[in-house]
Design a protein around this ligand. Structure first.
Ligand code: DLL
Length: 451
């Protein structure tokens, strides 16, 4: 790894660390010329369609759309294929989307669900290898090297961020510290004691880390690189994190359905994220009409993963809003996507955890102590996402005053925590005091203002 960047320096000059430009995990694949890339994508798309034919959902959808193995003659033919939505995956719970027998599935991860049932994703041994390889590619691209000390400060459970980064970093020869989340003072102590120079966490946790660090005696001077992702964050946040932690910060994007982290990542240019075209065929569509949009037009990212074996997906609607950037990048790799600016559906990402308002509704409606009206307010307080849920009492348990409601409040908060895996603040309010909606209910007020 090159010399440490001076504090407060503006955006990195491209060659700030001789060796980053021109450093590749797999140079041939990362810099394939367009023709060769398209040929590879077409071969892999055909294989993916073939694999998908083993999945009941696709068997039926392909039959209805008149799709056979011969339907794919060029990459443009992908538009003939049906979309896959998150709800389809939920309907297939638990293993309906697996294209291989269960003994060939080496690992399972899940994402949180709307009604208690999560979305299940499965990986063959090859899938796990491909995933670790993509992570190694990303980390190498931003200047991480064999022998660097890497602290992975995200959840190591069913969330893909923990094990995903872990195995990628091990594969490239880093010394990995699987510190997971929590106990921030101890995290800081480890960074200090173990000479950690690369960290991975959500940007909101990174901010929290920097605040707690101010109260400790440990310096984090060894840090050089911060890999941040799993939730939307802004340029302002980047500048603030770089100033406070004295790292160069890179944006990391991914989703469990497409392996997890590692789908797209910033290079040292830091003006867009390289989405790995040999592994993911990308389209941008108008979320309302499903029509394909051109380069530079903002819309929903739709991805057909090209190497997944256990769970092939066809035209997966990520719900994430971005645009394709056409220019080839000065770093020598292929085209990029712009930073994710939001979602086309109502999913919220709170401190890296995905939450659908329908999950909250499910919990509230299941509690006899409260009514069925609620509002969700999301704020960013000291750089951390905070969710306040206002819930109306029901008329039977409301006796004119909002006193002695602590127990009910705690019960609602606990039920939400169990369902969402997330701490929220619950506020009980008088029956009839929350807004009513004539059309589509808009129960979420997101005041974070990410730019
Ligand atoms: O968040 C995987 C991941 C882990 C990515 C660690 C990066 C780092 P899920 O829990 O399935 O997977 O959530 C995926 O989170 O559809 C986006 O809406 C959002 N998201 C992820 N990365 C970013 C990012 C992981 N860099 C959902 N910017 C995605 C904005 C992001 N949103």
């Amino acid at each position: 790894m090159g010399p440490k960047r001076p504090r407060d320096q503006a955006p990195l000059p491209r060659d700030y660390d001789q060796g980053i430009i021109g450093m590749f995990w797999n140079e041939v694949i990362e810099t394939l010329p367009p023709d060769a890339l398209e040929a590879l994508q077409l071969t892999r798309l055909k294989e993916t369609v073939h694999r998908a034919m083993k999945v009941g959902f696709y068997k039926k959808a392909f039959r209805e759309a008149g799709i056979t193995q011969d339907s794919i003659k060029s990459l443009a033919d992908v538009e003939k294929l049906p979309f896959t939505r998150k709800q389809d995956l939920r309907d297939g719970y638990p293993f309906g989307f697996f294209a291989v027998p269960l003994p060939e599935v080496n690992r399972i991860h899940t994402t949180s669900g709307t009604t208690g049932k999560p979305t299940v994703v499965g990986y063959t041994k090859n899938d796990l290898d491909s995933w670790a390889d993509l992570i190694a590619r990303n980390m190498t691209m931003v200047g991480v090297r064999k022998g660097d000390v890497f602290q992975n400060m995200v959840n190591y459970g069913m969330f893909t961020g923990g094990l995903g980064f872990h195995y990628g970093a091990e594969k490239m020869g880093c010394t990995v510290i699987p510190s997971a989340t929590g106990n921030t003072k101890r995290q800081i102590e480890m960074i200090h004691d173990f000479g950690v120079n690369v960290i991975h966490c959500t940007p909101s946790y990174a901010m929290h880390l920097s605040e707690v660090a101010e109260e400790t005696d440990f310096s984090m001077d060894s840090l050089k690189i911060g890999l941040f992702g799993a939730e939307p964050w802004s340029e302002t946040m980047r500048r603030e994190l770089e100033r406070r932690l004295d790292v160069t910060a890179f944006d990391s994007y991914g989703l469990s359905e497409l392996f997890g982290p590692g789908v797209a990542f910033e290079c040292p240019e830091r003006n867009g994220l390289h989405i790995w075209h040999d592994a993911y065929l990308t389209e941008i569509i108008d979320p309302a009409s499903g029509e394909r949009l051109g380069p530079g037009e903002r819309g929903e990212l739709v991805v057909t993963p090209l190497t997944k074996e256990a769970m092939p997906l066809i035209r997966y609607r990520t719900g994430d809003v971005t645009k394709l950037l056409e220019d080839r990048c000065a770093c020598g790799r292929g085209t990029k996507i712009a930073r994710i600016t939001g979602r086309s559906d109502d999913m919220l990402v709170i401190r890296g955890i995905n939450v659908f308002p329908s999950q909250i509704e499910h919990v509230i409606l299941g509690l006899p102590e409260v009514g069925n009206q609620f509002m969700v307010y999301v704020d960013r307080v000291n750089h951390l996402d905070e969710m306040l849920i206002a819930v109306e009492m029901n008329r039977e348990s409301f006796h004119g005053e909002l006193t002695d409601l602590t127990r009910t409040q705690a019960k609602v908060a606990k039920s939400l925590r169990d369902a969402l895996d997330l701490r929220t603040t619950v506020k009980l309010v008088e029956p009839g005091s929350l807004p009513r909606f004539e059309g589509k209910a808009k129960r979420v007020v997101d005041r974070r203002g990410v730019v």
